[in-house]
Design a protein around this ligand. Structure first.
Ligand SMILES: NC(=O)c1ccc[n+]([C@@H]2O[C@H](COP(=O)([O-])OP(=O)(O)OC[C@H]3O[C@@H](n4cnc5c(N)ncnc54)[C@H](O)[C@@H]3O)[C@@H](O)[C@H]2O)c1
Length: 320
């Protein structure tokens, strides 16, 4: 593919920094736009001399249009990805996920040089809420999110759809399963690792352990997003991104305990919210991923293999 210019919002975060690596590997020009609220410059330290790094905030940046000049495509990855926070703070997802996306789209349509850039958006399986069809296909409805986070991502998808239609912006929306791997700063493996480091004799597990969720490795996820984006011919598309299988949560503690070389760890299930981990947690999540697989992409690791590899990567990241 010809060399193109990309803006990666959230490019200093977990998934964003892997996206930056993958785009550089393909020889593209990359600008990173990140307020470092959860992202880290060290995730990009190996490539800082090959990117343009902008420490800026999508919510408050008066010069967003300038950052978009000359950009062919935006990977909009920046967000507050914390599902749990919404039960206490209902504003954070509205501001960081809806208003931030609106500001970006508004700046995109107003770029002064050339047509507006195209956009790929990292959405989430949580837009489906407690779906009655599993694995859930992209055309499942009605979409009834049960978290502020899921609601805000659905609102952002809707804005992208409207801007795409009204201003001819080519767009794709990617609804991710749980993404894990190196540089992650949140999620179940990260949580278990820290709890076990603090107390290797016991582990608190949120919920009743019977939750079923699909996990995808960050490298598979990023490759899928790029593959589908580059091959897209239509103006607007939705894709689920995950694996065909899922893992029962009660299997995951053993994966972490074994990787850490621990024995006789007592597991304490909290029972959570109706058996789910917390208010807003979707207890059973598995995505129908045939649409993206039909574009010619395939993941390398299934859910279980993903978890086993990711835990080794997280241990190696955090023991440095
Ligand atoms: N990790 C997952 O399992 C998962 C699952 C589904 C969807 N997603 C989505 O993927 C994307 C990346 O998630 P992640 O896990 O890498 O999280 P992350 O927190 O590591 O990355 C988010 C990045 O966005 C930046 N950011 C946040 N608000 C910003 C703002 N206002 N302006 C500029 N930068 C801002 C943060 O500093 C961070 O670098 C998010 O959109 C998230 O909703 C993640």
């Amino acid at each position: 593919m010809a060399k193109r210019s990309y803006l990666v919002t959230g490019g200093a975060g977990f998934i964003g920094s892997h996206m930056v690596d993958a785009l550089l590997e393909r020889g593209h020009q990359v600008k990173v736009y990140d307020n470092l609220s959860s992202g880290k410059k060290e995730f990009l330290s190996h490539c800082m001399d090959r990117i343009e790094f902008m420490e800026k905030d999508l919510v408050s940046d008066p010069d967003l249009i300038e950052s978009l000049e000359g950009v062919d495509h935006v990977y909009h990855i920046a967000a507050n990805p914390d599902v749990r926070v919404g039960a206490d703070d209902t504003w954070v997802s509205v501001e960081q996920n809806i208003i931030a996306t609106y500001n970006l789209l508004e700046a995109m349509r107003k770029v002064r040089t050339g047509p507006p850039p195209s956009i790929s958006f990292t959405s989430t399986s949580t837009v489906y809420g407690n779906a009655t069809v599993l694995p859930t296909p992209e055309n499942y409805g009605p979409l009834m999110p049960i978290s502020q986070y899921g609601a805000s991502k659905l609102a952002a998808e809707a804005l992208i759809s409207a801007f795409s239609d009204n201003f001819g912006i080519k767009a794709s929306v990617f609804r991710f399963a749980n993404v894990v791997g190196s540089r992650s700063t949140h999620g179940i493996l990260f949580d278990f690792y820290h709890k076990l480091k603090a107390d290797p004799t016991q582990l608190e597990i949120l919920g009743d352990g019977m939750q079923r969720k699909s996990y995808i490795h960050v490298s598979d996820c990023v490759k899928g997003v790029i593959h589908a984006t580059e091959g897209q011919e239509s103006r607007f598309e939705y894709y689920n991104v995950g694996t065909r299988d899922y893992t029962v949560i009660k299997e995951i503690p053993d994966v972490v305990v074994e990787a850490l070389g621990l024995e006789n760890v007592k597991y304490n299930y909290t029972g959570g919210h109706k058996g789910a981990g917390w208010k807003g947690d979707v207890k059973f999540m598995s995505l129908n991923v045939e649409k993206i697989i039909n574009t010619g992409w395939m993941y390398n690791l299934n859910s279980r293999q993903t978890l086993e590899r990711a835990v080794r990567e997280i241990i190696s990241d955090l023991s440095v």
